[in-house]
Write a protein that binds this ligand. Structure first.
Ligand code: ADP
Ligand code: ASP
Ligand code: MG
Length: 429
Protein backbone atom coordinates (compact mmCIF):
# COMPACT_ATOMS: atom_id res chain seq x y z
CA UNK A 1 0.00 0.00 0.00
CA UNK A 2 3.11 2.15 -0.22
CA UNK A 3 2.24 4.41 -3.17
CA UNK A 4 -1.29 5.21 -2.09
CA UNK A 5 -0.97 8.72 -0.70
CA UNK A 6 -3.65 11.33 -0.11
CA UNK A 7 -4.12 14.92 1.00
CA UNK A 8 -5.84 15.00 4.35
CA UNK A 9 -6.02 18.63 5.43
CA UNK A 10 -4.58 21.96 4.43
CA UNK A 11 -5.67 25.27 5.93
CA UNK A 12 -3.73 26.82 8.79
CA UNK A 13 -3.17 30.37 10.06
CA UNK A 14 0.46 30.15 9.07
CA UNK A 15 -0.46 29.39 5.49
CA UNK A 16 -1.50 26.23 3.73
CA UNK A 17 -0.44 23.16 5.59
CA UNK A 18 -0.43 20.00 3.62
CA UNK A 19 -0.54 16.89 5.77
CA UNK A 20 0.35 13.74 3.94
CA UNK A 21 -0.46 10.35 5.24
CA UNK A 22 -0.63 6.97 3.65
CA UNK A 23 -4.10 6.22 2.37
CA UNK A 24 -5.99 3.78 4.55
CA UNK A 25 -7.76 0.88 2.89
CA UNK A 26 -10.88 0.25 4.94
CA UNK A 27 -13.62 -2.34 4.81
CA UNK A 28 -16.72 -0.77 6.36
CA UNK A 29 -19.66 -3.01 7.21
CA UNK A 30 -23.14 -1.61 7.90
CA UNK A 31 -25.74 -3.67 9.77
CA UNK A 32 -29.47 -3.74 9.07
CA UNK A 33 -30.47 -0.80 11.28
CA UNK A 34 -27.63 1.30 9.88
CA UNK A 35 -29.15 1.07 6.37
CA UNK A 36 -32.74 0.66 7.62
CA UNK A 37 -34.39 3.47 5.60
CA UNK A 38 -33.58 5.95 2.79
CA UNK A 39 -32.34 8.56 5.23
CA UNK A 40 -29.93 6.06 6.85
CA UNK A 41 -28.68 4.99 3.42
CA UNK A 42 -27.94 8.61 2.52
CA UNK A 43 -26.15 9.06 5.87
CA UNK A 44 -23.93 6.06 5.06
CA UNK A 45 -23.20 7.51 1.61
CA UNK A 46 -22.23 10.87 3.17
CA UNK A 47 -19.90 9.08 5.56
CA UNK A 48 -18.22 7.25 2.70
CA UNK A 49 -17.82 10.55 0.82
CA UNK A 50 -16.14 12.07 3.91
CA UNK A 51 -13.74 9.14 4.20
CA UNK A 52 -12.87 9.44 0.52
CA UNK A 53 -12.14 13.15 0.89
CA UNK A 54 -9.72 12.15 3.61
CA UNK A 55 -8.10 9.93 1.00
CA UNK A 56 -9.27 6.51 2.18
CA UNK A 57 -10.06 3.62 -0.13
CA UNK A 58 -13.41 2.16 0.87
CA UNK A 59 -15.05 -1.22 0.42
CA UNK A 60 -18.56 -1.42 1.85
CA UNK A 61 -20.26 -4.57 3.07
CA UNK A 62 -23.97 -4.14 3.58
CA UNK A 63 -26.67 -6.15 5.40
CA UNK A 64 -30.31 -6.36 4.37
CA UNK A 65 -32.29 -3.27 5.37
CA UNK A 66 -33.82 -3.22 8.85
CA UNK A 67 -35.52 -6.47 9.75
CA UNK A 68 -35.82 -7.70 6.17
CA UNK A 69 -34.05 -11.02 6.81
CA UNK A 70 -36.51 -11.83 9.62
CA UNK A 71 -39.37 -10.85 7.33
CA UNK A 72 -38.17 -13.12 4.51
CA UNK A 73 -37.80 -16.01 6.96
CA UNK A 74 -41.32 -15.37 8.23
CA UNK A 75 -42.83 -15.40 4.74
CA UNK A 76 -40.95 -18.58 3.85
CA UNK A 77 -42.38 -20.28 6.93
CA UNK A 78 -45.88 -19.30 5.80
CA UNK A 79 -45.37 -20.58 2.28
CA UNK A 80 -43.48 -23.77 2.91
CA UNK A 81 -43.13 -26.46 5.54
CA UNK A 82 -40.06 -28.00 3.91
CA UNK A 83 -38.12 -24.86 2.98
CA UNK A 84 -35.39 -26.39 0.79
CA UNK A 85 -32.01 -24.88 1.70
CA UNK A 86 -31.15 -23.91 -1.86
CA UNK A 87 -34.33 -21.87 -2.20
CA UNK A 88 -34.01 -20.37 1.29
CA UNK A 89 -30.59 -19.05 0.34
CA UNK A 90 -31.88 -17.64 -2.93
CA UNK A 91 -34.59 -15.87 -0.95
CA UNK A 92 -32.58 -14.53 1.99
CA UNK A 93 -29.67 -13.22 -0.09
CA UNK A 94 -32.16 -11.05 -2.00
CA UNK A 95 -32.30 -8.75 1.03
CA UNK A 96 -28.63 -7.84 0.82
CA UNK A 97 -28.82 -7.56 -2.95
CA UNK A 98 -31.47 -4.83 -2.71
CA UNK A 99 -29.44 -2.97 -0.11
CA UNK A 100 -26.19 -2.87 -2.13
CA UNK A 101 -27.98 -1.44 -5.18
CA UNK A 102 -29.63 1.28 -3.08
CA UNK A 103 -26.39 2.21 -1.30
CA UNK A 104 -24.55 2.39 -4.63
CA UNK A 105 -27.25 4.67 -6.07
CA UNK A 106 -27.06 6.97 -3.05
CA UNK A 107 -23.29 7.18 -3.55
CA UNK A 108 -23.65 7.96 -7.26
CA UNK A 109 -26.03 10.81 -6.40
CA UNK A 110 -23.39 12.58 -4.34
CA UNK A 111 -20.68 12.05 -6.91
CA UNK A 112 -18.97 8.99 -5.43
CA UNK A 113 -18.41 6.37 -8.14
CA UNK A 114 -19.52 3.00 -6.78
CA UNK A 115 -20.38 -0.48 -8.03
CA UNK A 116 -22.45 -3.10 -6.24
CA UNK A 117 -21.47 -6.77 -6.15
CA UNK A 118 -23.28 -9.88 -4.99
CA UNK A 119 -21.26 -12.32 -2.90
CA UNK A 120 -20.68 -14.45 -5.97
CA UNK A 121 -19.46 -11.50 -8.04
CA UNK A 122 -17.19 -10.44 -5.19
CA UNK A 123 -15.48 -13.85 -5.31
CA UNK A 124 -16.86 -15.57 -2.20
CA UNK A 125 -16.57 -19.32 -2.79
CA UNK A 126 -18.31 -21.39 -0.12
CA UNK A 127 -19.10 -24.97 0.74
CA UNK A 128 -22.51 -26.40 -0.19
CA UNK A 129 -24.02 -26.22 3.30
CA UNK A 130 -27.11 -24.13 2.54
CA UNK A 131 -28.39 -21.59 5.12
CA UNK A 132 -25.08 -21.78 7.02
CA UNK A 133 -22.35 -22.00 4.40
CA UNK A 134 -18.67 -21.62 5.23
CA UNK A 135 -16.27 -19.52 3.17
CA UNK A 136 -13.67 -21.66 1.41
CA UNK A 137 -11.92 -18.92 -0.53
CA UNK A 138 -12.20 -15.22 -1.36
CA UNK A 139 -11.10 -14.36 -4.90
CA UNK A 140 -10.99 -10.63 -4.36
CA UNK A 141 -9.34 -9.54 -7.63
CA UNK A 142 -12.51 -7.92 -9.00
CA UNK A 143 -12.95 -5.84 -5.84
CA UNK A 144 -9.24 -4.95 -5.91
CA UNK A 145 -9.65 -3.75 -9.52
CA UNK A 146 -12.62 -1.61 -8.51
CA UNK A 147 -10.49 0.05 -5.84
CA UNK A 148 -7.60 0.49 -8.26
CA UNK A 149 -9.90 2.35 -10.64
CA UNK A 150 -10.83 4.77 -7.86
CA UNK A 151 -14.33 3.42 -7.26
CA UNK A 152 -16.07 2.21 -4.12
CA UNK A 153 -17.05 -1.47 -4.06
CA UNK A 154 -20.36 -2.21 -2.33
CA UNK A 155 -20.53 -5.90 -1.48
CA UNK A 156 -23.58 -7.89 -0.34
CA UNK A 157 -22.96 -9.39 3.10
CA UNK A 158 -23.42 -12.97 4.24
CA UNK A 159 -23.43 -14.63 0.81
CA UNK A 160 -21.37 -16.45 -1.76
CA UNK A 161 -21.48 -19.11 -4.44
CA UNK A 162 -20.94 -22.77 -3.61
CA UNK A 163 -18.60 -25.23 -5.23
CA UNK A 164 -21.84 -26.57 -6.81
CA UNK A 165 -22.40 -23.08 -8.34
CA UNK A 166 -25.44 -22.30 -6.21
CA UNK A 167 -26.06 -19.12 -4.25
CA UNK A 168 -25.35 -19.64 -0.54
CA UNK A 169 -26.11 -17.74 2.66
CA UNK A 170 -23.45 -17.60 5.39
CA UNK A 171 -25.96 -17.68 8.25
CA UNK A 172 -27.36 -15.05 10.61
CA UNK A 173 -24.86 -12.32 11.30
CA UNK A 174 -22.81 -13.53 8.31
CA UNK A 175 -22.18 -10.00 7.00
CA UNK A 176 -19.63 -9.41 9.76
CA UNK A 177 -17.75 -12.47 8.47
CA UNK A 178 -17.97 -11.22 4.87
CA UNK A 179 -16.39 -7.95 5.98
CA UNK A 180 -13.57 -9.57 7.92
CA UNK A 181 -12.81 -12.05 5.13
CA UNK A 182 -12.68 -9.25 2.56
CA UNK A 183 -10.44 -7.18 4.83
CA UNK A 184 -8.05 -10.11 5.00
CA UNK A 185 -8.19 -10.82 1.25
CA UNK A 186 -7.58 -7.15 0.35
CA UNK A 187 -4.92 -6.56 2.99
CA UNK A 188 -7.09 -3.77 4.46
CA UNK A 189 -5.74 -1.60 7.26
CA UNK A 190 -8.87 -2.19 9.34
CA UNK A 191 -12.30 -3.72 9.25
CA UNK A 192 -14.88 -1.32 10.69
CA UNK A 193 -18.16 -2.89 11.83
CA UNK A 194 -20.74 -0.09 12.02
CA UNK A 195 -23.82 -0.81 14.10
CA UNK A 196 -26.55 0.87 16.14
CA UNK A 197 -24.53 1.16 19.36
CA UNK A 198 -21.15 2.83 19.65
CA UNK A 199 -19.07 -0.28 20.28
CA UNK A 200 -18.83 -3.35 22.48
CA UNK A 201 -20.39 -2.59 25.87
CA UNK A 202 -19.83 -4.01 29.34
CA UNK A 203 -23.27 -5.58 28.88
CA UNK A 204 -26.23 -5.21 26.53
CA UNK A 205 -27.09 -1.49 26.77
CA UNK A 206 -30.73 -2.33 26.05
CA UNK A 207 -30.85 -4.31 29.31
CA UNK A 208 -28.62 -2.11 31.48
CA UNK A 209 -28.67 1.56 30.42
CA UNK A 210 -25.61 2.20 32.63
CA UNK A 211 -23.50 -0.18 30.51
CA UNK A 212 -20.31 1.42 29.22
CA UNK A 213 -18.57 1.25 25.91
CA UNK A 214 -15.14 -0.37 26.14
CA UNK A 215 -12.48 1.40 24.10
CA UNK A 216 -10.55 -1.87 23.79
CA UNK A 217 -11.24 -5.53 24.35
CA UNK A 218 -9.05 -8.58 23.83
CA UNK A 219 -9.96 -11.20 21.24
CA UNK A 220 -10.18 -13.88 23.94
CA UNK A 221 -12.67 -11.89 25.99
CA UNK A 222 -14.74 -10.92 22.96
CA UNK A 223 -14.86 -14.54 21.81
CA UNK A 224 -16.21 -15.60 25.21
CA UNK A 225 -18.76 -12.77 25.05
CA UNK A 226 -19.98 -13.71 21.59
CA UNK A 227 -20.13 -17.39 22.57
CA UNK A 228 -22.40 -16.55 25.51
CA UNK A 229 -24.97 -14.26 23.96
CA UNK A 230 -23.40 -10.97 22.86
CA UNK A 231 -24.64 -10.57 19.27
CA UNK A 232 -22.05 -8.06 18.21
CA UNK A 233 -19.79 -8.86 16.35
CA UNK A 234 -20.89 -12.27 15.07
CA UNK A 235 -18.70 -14.95 16.69
CA UNK A 236 -17.44 -16.41 13.42
CA UNK A 237 -16.17 -13.02 12.33
CA UNK A 238 -14.23 -12.57 15.58
CA UNK A 239 -12.65 -16.02 15.17
CA UNK A 240 -11.73 -15.23 11.56
CA UNK A 241 -10.24 -11.85 12.49
CA UNK A 242 -8.24 -13.40 15.31
CA UNK A 243 -6.93 -16.22 13.15
CA UNK A 244 -5.94 -13.92 10.28
CA UNK A 245 -4.76 -10.86 12.20
CA UNK A 246 -7.48 -8.52 10.91
CA UNK A 247 -7.80 -5.26 12.87
CA UNK A 248 -11.41 -4.95 14.07
CA UNK A 249 -13.13 -1.73 15.10
CA UNK A 250 -16.77 -1.94 16.26
CA UNK A 251 -18.42 1.49 16.04
CA UNK A 252 -21.54 3.55 15.59
CA UNK A 253 -23.24 4.38 12.28
CA UNK A 254 -25.28 6.99 14.12
CA UNK A 255 -22.74 9.10 16.00
CA UNK A 256 -19.61 8.09 14.03
CA UNK A 257 -17.54 8.41 17.23
CA UNK A 258 -14.56 6.06 17.81
CA UNK A 259 -15.79 2.70 19.05
CA UNK A 260 -14.16 -0.45 20.43
CA UNK A 261 -10.87 -1.80 19.05
CA UNK A 262 -10.38 -5.52 19.35
CA UNK A 263 -6.80 -6.19 20.35
CA UNK A 264 -4.54 -9.14 21.05
CA UNK A 265 -3.87 -8.18 24.69
CA UNK A 266 -5.44 -5.34 26.59
CA UNK A 267 -3.02 -3.62 28.97
CA UNK A 268 -5.97 -2.64 31.24
CA UNK A 269 -6.98 -6.24 31.57
CA UNK A 270 -5.16 -6.67 34.89
CA UNK A 271 -7.20 -3.96 36.55
CA UNK A 272 -10.80 -4.92 35.95
CA UNK A 273 -11.13 -8.60 36.75
CA UNK A 274 -14.66 -8.85 35.39
CA UNK A 275 -15.01 -6.81 32.19
CA UNK A 276 -18.40 -7.83 30.82
CA UNK A 277 -21.67 -9.60 31.60
CA UNK A 278 -23.60 -11.46 28.91
CA UNK A 279 -26.85 -13.36 28.73
CA UNK A 280 -28.23 -15.90 26.33
CA UNK A 281 -31.87 -16.95 26.06
CA UNK A 282 -31.37 -19.23 23.08
CA UNK A 283 -30.85 -22.50 24.94
CA UNK A 284 -33.11 -25.00 26.68
CA UNK A 285 -32.36 -27.56 29.36
CA UNK A 286 -33.03 -31.27 28.84
CA UNK A 287 -33.04 -33.48 31.93
CA UNK A 288 -32.85 -37.25 31.80
CA UNK A 289 -33.98 -38.64 35.15
CA UNK A 290 -33.34 -41.94 36.88
CA UNK A 291 -30.29 -42.90 34.84
CA UNK A 292 -28.32 -45.88 36.19
CA UNK A 293 -24.86 -44.75 37.33
CA UNK A 294 -22.67 -47.14 35.35
CA UNK A 295 -19.92 -46.83 32.74
CA UNK A 296 -21.05 -46.17 29.19
CA UNK A 297 -24.34 -44.42 29.85
CA UNK A 298 -23.13 -40.87 29.13
CA UNK A 299 -21.07 -42.14 26.21
CA UNK A 300 -24.11 -43.81 24.62
CA UNK A 301 -26.37 -40.81 25.20
CA UNK A 302 -24.04 -38.11 23.90
CA UNK A 303 -22.88 -40.20 20.93
CA UNK A 304 -26.51 -40.62 19.88
CA UNK A 305 -27.09 -36.86 20.24
CA UNK A 306 -23.94 -36.08 18.24
CA UNK A 307 -25.03 -38.48 15.50
CA UNK A 308 -28.22 -36.43 15.09
CA UNK A 309 -26.18 -33.17 15.03
CA UNK A 310 -27.59 -31.93 18.32
CA UNK A 311 -25.40 -29.12 19.58
CA UNK A 312 -24.90 -29.88 23.28
CA UNK A 313 -23.42 -27.11 25.41
CA UNK A 314 -23.39 -27.41 29.22
CA UNK A 315 -23.63 -30.85 30.84
CA UNK A 316 -24.29 -31.62 34.50
CA UNK A 317 -24.52 -35.04 36.11
CA UNK A 318 -25.77 -35.16 39.67
CA UNK A 319 -24.16 -37.28 42.37
CA UNK A 320 -25.87 -40.62 42.32
CA UNK A 321 -28.13 -41.87 45.08
CA UNK A 322 -28.69 -45.63 45.27
CA UNK A 323 -26.93 -46.10 41.93
CA UNK A 324 -29.28 -43.78 40.06
CA UNK A 325 -28.61 -40.23 38.86
CA UNK A 326 -29.97 -37.37 36.67
CA UNK A 327 -28.15 -35.92 33.66
CA UNK A 328 -29.00 -32.42 32.45
CA UNK A 329 -27.65 -30.66 29.39
CA UNK A 330 -28.43 -27.57 27.37
CA UNK A 331 -29.15 -27.38 23.64
CA UNK A 332 -30.33 -24.57 21.32
CA UNK A 333 -34.14 -24.21 21.25
CA UNK A 334 -34.09 -25.43 17.66
CA UNK A 335 -32.60 -28.77 18.79
CA UNK A 336 -35.06 -29.49 21.64
CA UNK A 337 -37.39 -31.72 19.62
CA UNK A 338 -34.54 -33.81 18.19
CA UNK A 339 -32.80 -34.11 21.57
CA UNK A 340 -36.01 -35.21 23.28
CA UNK A 341 -36.61 -37.71 20.52
CA UNK A 342 -33.10 -39.15 20.87
CA UNK A 343 -33.47 -39.55 24.64
CA UNK A 344 -36.95 -41.11 24.32
CA UNK A 345 -35.63 -43.66 21.85
CA UNK A 346 -32.78 -44.61 24.21
CA UNK A 347 -34.81 -44.65 27.43
CA UNK A 348 -35.31 -48.39 27.60
CA UNK A 349 -31.78 -49.23 26.52
CA UNK A 350 -30.32 -46.89 29.17
CA UNK A 351 -32.87 -47.85 31.79
CA UNK A 352 -33.67 -44.16 32.32
CA UNK A 353 -36.78 -42.97 34.13
CA UNK A 354 -37.91 -40.04 32.01
CA UNK A 355 -37.01 -36.93 30.04
CA UNK A 356 -38.07 -33.32 30.56
CA UNK A 357 -37.34 -30.14 28.57
CA UNK A 358 -37.30 -26.66 30.10
CA UNK A 359 -37.13 -23.86 27.53
CA UNK A 360 -37.54 -21.01 30.05
CA UNK A 361 -33.89 -20.85 31.07
CA UNK A 362 -31.15 -18.29 30.54
CA UNK A 363 -27.41 -18.46 30.74
CA UNK A 364 -25.81 -15.47 32.48
CA UNK A 365 -22.01 -15.14 32.24
CA UNK A 366 -19.28 -12.92 33.62
CA UNK A 367 -16.11 -12.56 31.55
CA UNK A 368 -12.66 -11.13 32.14
CA UNK A 369 -9.09 -12.13 31.32
CA UNK A 370 -8.01 -11.07 34.82
CA UNK A 371 -9.99 -13.97 36.31
CA UNK A 372 -7.11 -16.31 35.53
CA UNK A 373 -5.09 -14.78 38.35
CA UNK A 374 -7.89 -13.71 40.69
CA UNK A 375 -9.57 -16.47 42.67
CA UNK A 376 -12.96 -15.86 44.24
CA UNK A 377 -14.89 -14.54 41.24
CA UNK A 378 -17.10 -17.62 41.14
CA UNK A 379 -17.87 -17.25 44.84
CA UNK A 380 -18.72 -13.55 44.51
CA UNK A 381 -20.92 -14.24 41.48
CA UNK A 382 -22.87 -16.92 43.36
CA UNK A 383 -23.20 -14.64 46.43
CA UNK A 384 -24.51 -11.77 44.31
CA UNK A 385 -27.14 -14.00 42.71
CA UNK A 386 -28.10 -15.60 46.01
CA UNK A 387 -28.48 -12.21 47.75
CA UNK A 388 -31.07 -11.36 45.11
CA UNK A 389 -32.85 -14.68 45.66
CA UNK A 390 -31.89 -15.97 42.21
CA UNK A 391 -31.44 -19.72 42.10
CA UNK A 392 -28.57 -21.21 40.08
CA UNK A 393 -29.51 -24.27 38.11
CA UNK A 394 -26.26 -25.17 36.33
CA UNK A 395 -22.71 -23.79 36.36
CA UNK A 396 -19.89 -23.92 33.84
CA UNK A 397 -16.54 -22.16 33.66
CA UNK A 398 -13.60 -21.48 31.38
CA UNK A 399 -10.30 -19.82 32.33
CA UNK A 400 -11.83 -16.37 31.76
CA UNK A 401 -15.61 -16.96 32.12
CA UNK A 402 -18.16 -18.19 34.66
CA UNK A 403 -21.69 -19.02 33.47
CA UNK A 404 -24.81 -19.78 35.52
CA UNK A 405 -28.11 -21.06 34.22
CA UNK A 406 -31.02 -19.26 35.89
CA UNK A 407 -34.77 -19.06 35.26
CA UNK A 408 -35.43 -16.97 32.17
CA UNK A 409 -37.68 -14.39 33.91
CA UNK A 410 -34.76 -13.58 36.25
CA UNK A 411 -32.12 -13.19 33.53
CA UNK A 412 -32.24 -9.42 33.12
CA UNK A 413 -32.24 -8.83 36.87
CA UNK A 414 -29.24 -11.16 37.18
CA UNK A 415 -27.38 -9.24 34.47
CA UNK A 416 -28.14 -5.90 36.12
CA UNK A 417 -27.06 -6.90 39.63
CA UNK A 418 -23.86 -8.55 38.41
CA UNK A 419 -23.01 -5.52 36.28
CA UNK A 420 -23.47 -3.37 39.36
CA UNK A 421 -21.67 -5.75 41.74
CA UNK A 422 -18.51 -5.69 39.61
CA UNK A 423 -18.67 -1.91 39.25
CA UNK A 424 -18.88 -2.10 35.46
CA UNK A 425 -20.90 1.09 35.26
CA UNK A 426 -17.97 2.87 36.89
CA UNK A 427 -14.87 1.38 35.26
CA UNK A 428 -13.26 3.36 32.50
CA UNK A 429 -13.20 1.92 28.97
P1 ADP B 1 -26.03 -5.27 13.31
O1 ADP B 1 -27.39 -5.57 12.76
O2 ADP B 1 -25.62 -3.85 13.21
O3 ADP B 1 -25.00 -6.18 12.76
P2 ADP B 1 -27.00 -6.46 15.77
O4 ADP B 1 -28.37 -5.86 15.78
O5 ADP B 1 -26.88 -7.87 15.37
O6 ADP B 1 -26.05 -5.54 14.86
O7 ADP B 1 -26.30 -6.24 17.18
C1 ADP B 1 -26.26 -4.94 17.77
C2 ADP B 1 -27.03 -4.98 19.06
O8 ADP B 1 -26.38 -5.84 19.97
C3 ADP B 1 -27.10 -3.66 19.81
O9 ADP B 1 -28.21 -2.91 19.42
C4 ADP B 1 -27.16 -4.07 21.28
O10 ADP B 1 -28.43 -3.87 21.87
C5 ADP B 1 -26.86 -5.56 21.26
N1 ADP B 1 -25.88 -5.94 22.27
C6 ADP B 1 -26.02 -6.94 23.19
N2 ADP B 1 -24.97 -7.02 23.99
C7 ADP B 1 -24.11 -6.05 23.60
C8 ADP B 1 -22.83 -5.62 24.08
N3 ADP B 1 -22.23 -6.20 25.13
N4 ADP B 1 -22.23 -4.60 23.43
C9 ADP B 1 -22.82 -4.02 22.37
N5 ADP B 1 -24.02 -4.36 21.87
C10 ADP B 1 -24.67 -5.37 22.49
N1 ASP C 1 -29.05 -9.93 7.13
C1 ASP C 1 -28.48 -11.12 7.73
C2 ASP C 1 -28.99 -11.26 9.16
O1 ASP C 1 -29.81 -10.49 9.59
C3 ASP C 1 -27.00 -11.15 7.65
C4 ASP C 1 -26.33 -10.07 8.47
O2 ASP C 1 -26.86 -8.99 8.64
O3 ASP C 1 -25.23 -10.30 8.92
O4 ASP C 1 -28.58 -12.15 9.85
MG1 MG D 1 -27.76 -7.89 12.42
Amino acid sequence: MGERVGVTGWVGVLGPLVAWRPVARLVQKFGGTSVGDPERIRAVADHVARCRRRGDEIVLVVSAMGKETDELLRIAAEVSATRPGREMDMLITAGERKAIALVSMALADIGVPADSYTGSQAGFITDTNHTDAKILEVRADRIAETLASGRVAVVAGAQGVSTDRDVTFLGRGGSDTTAVALAKALGADACELYTDVSGVYTTDPRVVPAARKMSRISFDELLEMTATGCPKPAMRSVEYAHRHGVKLHVRSAFTWEPGTWVVEEDPDMEHAVVRAVTHDLSEAKITVTGVPDRPGVAARLFRALADRNVNVDMIVQNASALGVTDISFTVPHSDVATATDVVESLKDELGAGGVAADTAIARVSVIGAGMKTNPGIAASMFETLSNAGINIDMISTSAIRISCVVAEPQAEEAVAILHDAYGLDRTVG
